[in-house]
Design a protein around this ligand. Structure first.
Ligand SMILES: [Fe+2]
Ligand SMILES: [Fe+2]
Length: 199
């Protein structure tokens, strides 16, 4: 499964226009980096689960943007529009240059067939955990406000966990900054309800 070329182009335009609308220093350089030195605009969002096909990561980022706005509105929680865009569209930059296609073999009606699957790169060039890797890439170009950093860092919720303090801090941060909890939920809604898994 993949998106038609026109749909990919439309998603890419929406993504770039939103990022530019933040007016952040360094955002054009970050976009140029994504376009010329990464596979962001064609990467999948996962290997076996949600949006595991070309363009999946791009669409996932826009889905999270939409769902995050819905969650903030539903709960009457405030966040600056530029921060919503930065968090949603950049939270999974860790998945750039991270998935590779591999050949596998299977027997169909007694005959071996080769098919392609996505798998994780064995030695990523930035050997940091998921959220930290995204933050590291973003910060090479654009500075993050404190709430944006918290939102991206804790976006995996209870499935993150990068040291022994993580779970306690997550509870504290979710209580103090409800944006972080709503972002985690928006990411889950996007992955589980809005996105498909290709066979
Ligand atoms: Fe993520
Ligand atoms: Fe995500």
């Amino acid at each position: 499964m993949t998106f038609p070329e026109e749909k990919l182009e439309a998603l890419k335009k929406e993504y770039i226009d939103l990022l530019i609308s933040t007016g952040r220093k360094g955002i054009k350089e970050l976009i140029e980096y994504l376009e010329t030195r990464t596979d962001f605009f064609t990467a999948p969002a996962s290997t076996k689960f949600h949006n595991n096909f070309e363009g999946g990561l791009l669409e996932h980022s826009l889905n999270v943007y939409e769902n995050f706005q819905i969650m903030l509105d539903a709960k009457g929680v405030q966040m600056d529009e530029d921060s919503i865009i930065i968090c949603a569209l950049l939270h999974d930059l860790c998945k750039c240059n991270f998935y590779v296609k591999e050949d596998r073999n299977r027997k169909v009606d007694g005959k071996w067939q080769t098919y392609e699957v996505w798998s994780n790169m064995k030695n990523p060039s930035i050997p940091l955990p998921h959220s930290s890797r995204s933050i590291r890439i973003i910060r090479s170009y654009v500075s993050l406000k404190f709430l944006e950093e918290l939102t991206i860092f804790y976006h995996m919720g209870p499935y993150g966990g990068e040291d022994y303090e993580y779970k306690n801090l997550l509870k504290q941060v979710n209580e103090q900054f409800p944006q972080t909890l709503l972002f985690y939920v928006a990411d889950l809604i996007s992955s589980y309800l809005d996105e498909e898994t290709a066979e």
